[in-house]
Design a binder for this molecule. Structure first.
Ligand code: GDP
Ligand code: MG
Length: 439
């Protein structure tokens, strides 16, 4: 049984490294996928180069084909390029915090201002004030007032005869007087960027000293979005981007381009016309959407899972042979981040999910580093034969790892208990586990 398993593993391992041909072939597909998703061609070019450099010669994970491995790298790089999760909203040291919404006409500034106000009020228990500073678009003020009524959030407006700068100033004063802690300024847009608009926005920025300037961009506008984002950012130094209308069928390549060109994080996404339809930006989801390779990615995830299961099977085999030692223990700790703790691995084994004592094997991630330090202070013999850990040896290990002796004792006890429990299960019924080995 174990021989067969080993043979199978050996065969998989021989797949080795990704060749240049593998990469070339895959990157042709990736380039097309990105261009189809409306990613700026220059961004595509740079990206393809980065990924190719990393992919050639990379190890192929067991249970993945080279092609899948390249896609995995592409996906990781895409996700990294779009940044981590960044959906925090800044807080000014002194209330109120001012947020300016900027962007072209129809991008979704007014709607998104309402969505953000709702989020602040409902999720963060804040008191926002919406400010109608678009005095040009007919009915813009009324649109915001309607939103405010719907959300039961106050709206500040001075009609369309007062300058946006004056409106901003007075709104902030009102927020101070009434102890409102967020001021969301809904500014005017244009169909195209022009100097008058930029000057006005710069003036509003000057008087209101905003903590956030959110550039609202319609995801459906594709390539144009990049130019727009670039000039708004150049003029106003925005703090983040909100990508609206992602509920449409756009692949969202704009997200990648905007991020690459401006270097500014995408903070939220608009997912519909309703005021609840605002979501944090998830780079990983966006990456698979842009790649349009949802199926491929699912396949890779599945393969990854099979790989984890194979590891679990290996571990089970060890338990079965009762040869689980501190080396396995430490290897397991190294894998923990990817695989989840021992108890989770055991849970993957049919029939073991409800095994008594599983809780006792829980390892707090905070303790991991310390436990690892202790194990690393053991000699190789000690790791293989935990039984030889006498008191004097334990004292030496405690000194070596700079941990209290009580902690060393506790860890060894925990290890022994786990092992005892495993061996108890070992004597019991292992029927269910054989399935894992392909019998
Ligand atoms: P503004 O000119 O930038 O203030 O844009 P508006 O907020 O008035 O929005 C323009 C149109 O886009 C309106 O019809 C909104 O309902 C719609 N809209 C805004 N955000 C979204 C979104 O995330 N999804 C969809 N489907 N429509 C949106
Ligand atoms: Mg508007």
């Amino acid at each position: 049984l174990s021989e067969r398993l080993q043979n199978a593993m050996a065969k998989l391992r021989k797949k080795g490294k990704i060749s240049e041909a593998d990469v070339k072939e895959m990157m042709r597909e990736v380039r097309l996928a990105l261009l189809e998703a409306d990613v700026n061609f220059k961004v595509v070019k740079d990206f393809v180069k980065t990924v190719s450099d990393r992919a050639v010669g990379a190890e192929v994970l067991e249970s993945l084909s080279p092609a899948q491995q390249v896609i995995k790298i592409v996906n990781e790089e895409l996700t990294a390029l779009m940044g981590g999760e960044q959906s925090q909203i800044a807080v000014a040291p002194k209330s109120p915090t001012v947020i300016m919404m900027v962007g072209l006409q129809g991008a979704g500034k007014t709607t998104t201002a309402g969505k953000l106000a709702l989020l602040l009020k409902k999720k963060q228990n804040r008191k926002p004030l919406l400010v109608a500073a678009d005095i040009y678009r007919p009915a813009a003020i009324q649109q915001l007032e309607t939103l405010g009524k719907q959300l039961d959030i106050p709206v500040f407006s001075l009609g369309d005869q007062v300058s946006p700068v004056e409106i901003a100033k007075q709104a902030i004063q009102k927020a101070k007087d009434e102890h409102l802690d967020y001021v969301l300024i809904d500014t005017a847009g244009r169909l195209h960027i022009d100097e008058t608009l930029m000057t006005e926005l710069r003036d509003v920025k000057e008087v209101s000293n905003p903590s956030e300037i959110f550039l609202v961009v319609d995801a459906m506008t594709g390539q144009d979005a990049v130019t727009v984002a670039d000039s708004f950012n150049e003029q106003l130094d925005v703090t983040g981007v909100i990508l609206t209308k992602l509920d449409g069928d756009t692949r969202g390549g704009a997200a990648l381009s905007i991020r690459a060109v401006t270097g500014k994080p995408i903070k939220f996404t608009g997912q519909g016309e309703k005021l609840e339809d605002l979501e944090p930006f998830y780079p990983d989801r966006m990456a698979s959407r842009i790649l349009g390779m949802g199926d491929m990615l699912t396949l890779i995830e599945k393969a990854q899972q099979d790989f984890d299961e194979k590891k679990a099977a290996e571990m089970t085999q060890k338990l079965k042979e009762n040869s689980f030692d501190f080396n396995d223990f430490i290897e397991q700790m190294d894998q923990l981040q990817n695989m989840g703790p021992l108890e989770d691995i055991l849970k993957m084994i049919p029939g073991m999910s409800n095994a008594p004592g599983l809780d006792q094997m829980k390892i707090d991630p905070k303790d991991m580093g310390r436990m690892k330090a202790i194990v690393l202070s053991m000699t190789p013999q000690e790791r293989e034969n935990p039984d030889m850990l006498s008191q004097s040896r334990r004292r030496r290990i405690a000194r070596g790892s700079a941990r209290p002796i009580a902690e060393v004792n506790r860890m060894i006890k925990q290890f022994n208990e786990s092992k005892k429990m495993m061996s108890k299960m070992n004597k019991g019924n292992f029927e269910g586990m054989d399935g894992l080995f392909g019998n």
